[in-house]
Design a protein around this ligand. Sequence first.
Ligand code: NAD
Ligand code: PRE
Length: 365
Amino acid sequence: MTKKVLIIGLGLIGGSIALAIRQEHSCVIRGYDISNETLKVAKSLKIIDEIVDSVDDGIKDVDLIILATPVSKTEQILTEVNHQSFKQGVIITDVGSTKANIVSKATEILPEHVTFIGGHPMAGSHKTGVEAAREHLFENAFYILTPMESTDNRSVIQLQNWLKGTKAKFINMTPKQHDYLAGAISHFPHIVATSLVNQIAKMEEEQPLLLRLAAGGFRDITRIASASPVMWRDILIHNKEVLLPLLDNWISEIKGVQQILEQNDEQAIYQYFDDAKVFRDQMPERTKGAIPAFYDLFVDVPDHPGVISDVTSILATQSISITNIRILETREDIMGVLRLSFRSEEDRQDAKNCLEQALYETSII
Ligand SMILES: NC(=O)c1ccc[n+]([C@@H]2O[C@H](COP(=O)([O-])OP(=O)(O)OC[C@H]3O[C@@H](n4cnc5c(N)ncnc54)[C@H](O)[C@@H]3O)[C@@H](O)[C@H]2O)c1
Ligand SMILES: O=C(O)C(=O)C[C@]1(C(=O)O)C=C[C@@H](O)C=C1
């Protein structure tokens, strides 16, 4: 019999998971979202096969349920859903960026005949909504699962099998460990990026040129501040216990910088940057870990008219799609750098090969 999957919340992540499941399984994918518009778009893009009118309608007969809503809504849905309607043996998972609250709620209230396994694909984007969904979003990224000690290992394998189209690397840990790690490398950096943007926004009231002058550095470090405020409000509230001590550490870190600067301590300032560079440079390249969500290729280009269209037409003739293009540096008569983003590692390698054949210098950082 054809298997059925229900995805609750068809945004960037729910939509991308649905596309990845389609890659590997011929099953019926049902969708539920509070936004009717989202449901219509998801159906028209063939991300889902069927729209359901409520969670309770959707869960009947389904073999796999994926909760892909903001984390506070995920908890609420787990509480409100009609527990009598679950199919015997159904696997329920979520994709939320926090795990402890969700897993403890699921353990507390779900009936025995269902298996809940918390999940978090560690890749994403500052974009939201079903239109941004991509089947390759999670390729090579870590996908954290948080089964309980009592969870049957066969269910974990079944879930990984359902999700194999993500081409992600599965890793198991406890919900607590997850929240500590994700707090440090994902949640806290979002607070920092957002605070930088808010600082500049306040200064801009006096200095209207500020934002227009902001170049690569500010853009690179603040991209993630364009992410969904609803999603991040929920994450901060869920992971408050991890984030508050990190804020304390950060405040003393920044006070330390203030101090060495006040003292004109050149050696300490140099050391501060050098330590960070040495550590940052050890980060694995070309993998998706929790950080880069794009496959970027840097191309040195002479600053003369027509060069960008030359690069793009070389790629177009090979049918290689670019998801983003940006000039990073260009001054008169000086070589500039073009940053091209691709959807997958394969596209990036193909682009590199054909641009090098056309004698462009390229690099992957
Ligand atoms: N964006 C990322 O980079 C990222 C990465 C990994 C995990 N996550 C997690 O994935 C989840 C979804 O994030 P997203 O980026 O897809 O957000 P999104 O805003 O793109 O999608 C969320 C969807 O949930 C729907 N929704 C909200 N409340 C609902 C409810 N009560 N019932 C049904 N649908 C509801 C919204 O209408 C929307 O379509 C969040 O828990 C987030 O923490 C996000
Ligand atoms: O690439 C981005 O825009 C992201 O912020 C993705 C990111 C992260 O790396 O922090 C954000 C939240 C998720 O829970 C997982 C991944």
